[in-house]
Design a protein around this ligand. Structure first.
Ligand code: UDP
Length: 319
């Protein structure tokens, strides 16, 4: 039985990962300060013998270094929606940078493999389409998104420097827009916003003209890819893109959500926030080749599952 630390394990992606690892029979230590993570996401896991929750912050070494005998570390600890990571941008950068330094030190101490949750945001507002891992990106270093983009870029560079200087065992994935169960109704990202607005028959707010594109991956597909990456050949560090290459405009997404929820919502438009990428789509050739992975759930199917989930979340909120 492997002992696995999931930093940020009570968040959207972290909790889905913990659930899968617990089902696989590993011993899972979920570490989270509940900044955006939620107890609710891990409630059903707390009764499992091979799961434990530790409340703590990755920027505090003393919280982390109590954890012993770990084989693998997944670092999902960071607010991920633009709304959440821009609330305290300086904290976001600290979580990215100090967090990964502490976790890399912990990995070295335990001789554990560490996998970093990086992001398509390292490509910024990309000039190359679709985005391939060798593309170095187009990031504004002083914009409202840079706390996250640059934080995640520094984390990637620290991963490789700890590998070159200290032989840390590293793996990096670049995650493209992901959605699904355990997303908070107030998450702030587009899929949850649109579904919740549609279910409540409220106006659906598109930022900008709605022609910007994103590629949406259903969460279970992503989690499978992440676990494949962790258990891949030790010499394969990545970074590797994980996402669904299906590309949609935000207007197409809004129309799909309205149709699938049978909603009376109207679409309204608001000013586009600064540095919002115009186009995004992953090239997943590397993941296919090295991990034999590709997503299997298309947008319509994933949205249907998510709509049922958000319906229940809205009922829970009323109780
Ligand atoms: N967006 C939108 N309405 C919303 C939330 C987001 O039109 O209520 C747009 C946002 O401007 C961006 C896209 O949807 O172009 C995806 O935004 P999200 O916050 O989900 O993630 P991002 O890919 O920008 O990090």
């Amino acid at each position: 039985m492997k002992r696995i630390l999931v930093a940020g394990g009570a968040g959207f992606l972290g909790s889905n990962l913990c659930k899968k690892l617990v089902e696989c029979g590993d011993y899972v230590i979920c570490f989270d300060n509940l900044y955006t993570g939620r107890r609710k996401n891990i409630r059903c896991l707390l009764k499992e013998e091979n799961f434990e929750f530790i409340e703590g912050d990755v920027t505090k070494k003393e919280d982390l270094f109590k954890i012993k005998d770990i084989d693998q570390i997944y670092n999902a600890a960071c607010p991920a929606s633009p709304y959440a990571y821009q609330k305290s941008p300086t904290y976001t950068t600290k979580v990215c940078v100090i967090g990964i330094i502490n976790l890399l030190e912990l990995a070295l101490k335990n001789d554990a493999t560490i996998l970093q949750f990086s992001t398509s945001e390292v490509y910024g507002d990309p000039c190359v389409h679709p985005q391939i891992e060798t593309y170095k990106g187009n990031v504004n270093p002083i914009g409202v998104r840079s706390c996250y983009d640059e934080g995640k870029r520094v984390a990637e560079s620290l991963m490789f420097d700890y590998n070159r200087e200290f032989n840390a065992k590293i793996k990096i994935i670049r995650i493209f827009n992901t959605y699904g169960i355990n997303m908070d109704i107030n998450d702030g990202r587009v899929v949850s916003n649109f579904i919740v607005e549609a279910l409540l028959n409220k106006n659906i707010t598109i930022f900008g003209d709605g022609k910007q594109t994103r590629s949406f991956c259903y969460v279970s597909d992503l989690i499978d890819g992440i676990i494949c990456m962790m258990n891949s050949d030790a010499n394969f560090y990545g970074p590797v893109n994980l996402g669904n290459p299906g590309e949609f405009t935000m207007l197409e997404l809004a129309e799909k959500v309205i149709k699938l929820t049978n909603s009376k919502s109207k679409i309204i438009y608001r000013e586009l926030p600064g540095d919002d990428p115009a186009k995004r789509k992953p090239d997943i050739s590397l993941a296919k080749e090295k991990l034999n992975w590709e997503p299997v759930i298309d947008l319509d199917e994933g949205l249907k599952i998510s709509i049922e989930y958000f319906k229940n979340e809205l009922v829970d909120r009323k109780i």
